[in-house]
Design a protein around this ligand. Sequence first.
Ligand code: ZN
Length: 156
Amino acid sequence: MAIRQIRMEGDPVLGKKCRPVEVMTDKIHELIGDMLETMYEHNGVGLAAPQVGILKRIVVVDIGEGPIVMINPQILESEGEEIMDEGCLSVPGMAGEVARPGYVKVRALDEDMDEVVLEGTELLARAFCHEIDHLEGIMYTSLVKGGLHPVEYEDE
Ligand code: ZN
């Protein structure tokens, strides 16, 4: 596995719609492993393939409960609304308030191309929505109400 370079906001690749994955290949397995490693390296809770320059419908998420891999994800249901600060590895050091559903149900394929249905609330619902937006070329910065602000990091 390898850490891949994260594309920053303004890179045209982040504004493009991604293509579905039709078949699993060794190359895609390697990409998924690299995406997880890259996400963990940068202490992110999610990463979408276009953020490493690949226009495929693949996202990885880990909110601290273990890795989730979603291929060709689709939101089936959503409920409620929560407004919270959100950030993105493609916009380092910044955050802004975005309204997201408090609950989502997502259908996707896992790394074996088996169908899975996942439910998320709060941060997990937010991460699912944020990463799935990336696959449509949508950056959270276009959804922020009230502007971005710098994130204050605590000393480690
Ligand atoms: Zn993002």
